[in-house]
Every structure is written in C-alpha cells, then in structure tokens.
Ligand binder design. Sequence first.
Ligand SMILES: N=C(N)NCCCC(=O)O
Ligand SMILES: [Zn+2]
Ligand SMILES: [Zn+2]
Length: 347
Amino acid sequence: MSGTHDGTTAPRGPVDGSAVPRFAGPDTFARLPRLDEVDRAAVAVLGVPFDAGVSYRPGARFGPAHVRAASKLIRPYNPALRVEPFGVHQVADAGDLAVNPFSIDDAVVAIESAANSFADADTTLLTIGGDHTIALPLLRAAARRHGPIGVVHFDAHLDTWDTYFGAPVTHGTPFRRAAEEGLLDPRRCLHIGTRGPLYAASDLTSDEALGFRVTTSDDYETLGISGVVEAMRRRLGDGPAYVSVDIDVLDPAHAPGTGTPEAGGLTSRELLGTLRGLVGAQLVGADLVEVSPPYDHAEITGIAAAHVAYELLSVLAVNALHAGGRQSSEPTSAPTSPTTTSGQDQS
Ligand SMILES: N=C(N)NCCCC(=O)O
Ligand SMILES: [Zn+2]
Ligand SMILES: [Zn+2]
C-alpha cells in the first residue's frame, strides 16, 4: 500500500527541482503528484475556489491556483521540524472542487459532501480556499467523523458574527454556525491573532459564550511565540483538533492579498513558528483561506500561504511518525521550539 511510512513502499514525492526546472514543472501544490496518480493519499491538498461569502474585497476564488503557483520553490526537507513532509506518507494534490459560484447553499453542501468522501477514505484534508465560509462545511465533515472538535483559528477576525444582510452563512459567521450546530468542543476552541475594530463590545462576550478564548495579535509582544504556543496547547488539550488559518491573521505587510485586511497583524515568522507548535496535537484537518490574488503583489501573500501549508503538512508528517512509533528522525523539542540556528545546533 502506498501512503504509509512503514518502509514498505516509498511515497511518490514532488518532481525534483534539480531535474526539472521549477518553472517548468506541474501546477500541483509543491509539484506533488495529483491524487489520480497515486493509489491513495494519507493527506490531500484540496482547492476550494469559492468567494461568494465575502463582505468586502472579492478574489479568493483565485486563491488555490495562486497558492499552488507560489509553492514551486518549496524543498523536500523542513529543517525547523526535521522532517520530510512528503517522504513520510503519501501527500497528493486533489485539484479543485467545482463549487457553485451563485449559490452559497449549494456550494456548502458540495464542500461538505466532498470532505466526507475524503474522510471516508481516511485521507486528511488540507483545504486551500476560497473565503472563510468554507470552514463551516469542513467542520461539519470533521465533526461527523470525530465528534465535537477543538478549533484553533488564526485570524484577524472572530468570524463568530451572526448574519450579514440577513445571510447566516458567510465568511464572517462560520464559527458561530459551527458552535450552534454542536460541531465544536466549547472547552477547546481559541482564536489567535485577533485584532482590529469590532461592531460592539458584545462581539467579544458572545464569542466567549460560544466557547472561544482569544490570544490577540498584541499578545505576541508579551508572550512571544513560545508563550502563544503554550496557551494554544493548553486550550486545545488532547482531543481531535482542527486548524483554520485565515491569511489575514498576518499583517497586511506580510499578506496584502486578502479581502478584509487589518493593520497590526502577525509576521509570517510568528505564524509559521506557532504552527510548528502543533506537533503532537491530534490534528484532523486544516484549511487555509482568504488569499485574494488580485490584491497581492510580488506573490507576497501567495508565498506566505504556501509556507503556511508546508508547515501544516510538516506537522501532519511528524505526527504520523510519532503515531507509527518511528523515533529516530523526530524533532526533539518541536512543540515549543521555533526554528533557531542555536536550536538546531543543540540537537
Ligand atoms: N473572515 C474574514 N476574512 N473576514 C470577516 C470579516 C467580516 C466583516 O466584514 O466584518
Ligand atoms: Zn479574517
Ligand atoms: Zn476569517
């Protein structure tokens, strides 16, 4: 069986950048094989080009293609987590879902049903959006399989608002709907990177009542990455956890290509370092949303997003190694250690 890390069959990896120039290679994420080129995948990268749920700038429907295009320079070994994310188990690119651009309801049903199919095939999904609306059907599928799940939500915004213009399913409301539907474990949810103006102070109290806690963007100043990771792991606990990364969690200087930008955000280094702190958490799925290429410049946002995806795939690989009981190539202190030269020297 391919897709294992037990040494029986090596997974099919990315096209070698030293044999085929990167700009000539396939259009898949990180030049990985397509899903139809492998028997099965332990992890699939799935594009969801949908942006009918946005409240401000559109364009996230072009996100999946942009993130793939910006991922071509990615190399096979991640020194920060000491892992080859594509060598541990089979990772493949599942292409884009063809979702209805004129009906949010139709699109949400299609996304949920596709996510259920991947879950039934035992394939963990890393979904690339698309706007944040898509988190709702993805959470429905995750909860169907795992029961109420913990959520770590990286975002400038709470996304627990109630409705926009009477619409209940939008990119500003997925986590309220998910909480109402009982998809979330209210003891194990948190936002990271929250900032910016709200509609009212009650936005925060109602968010807390739904089960979320907040680590703000400003908290990085006092806690540092390791303090944020500690808070995140404490809140997430041991159960199944879903990660949702809205690229607008980054400062607009690090991610201008997004629909609802807010000043005062994370650096990409802070985000990547925090994601590495998910090693050892029971990660059951992830999404990366709100990349809007028309507002990007020089692929700044696309590159940041591609690296976010790479770190998430690396965490899944390290976790698979842990689950398989292979100890030799494991990072020794990855959960709380951001990459530093001295950290690597101490191995
Ligand atoms: N999920 C994202 N990116 N933004 C939500 C912003 C909702 C608003 O316009 O207030
Ligand atoms: Zn946001
Ligand atoms: Zn969001």
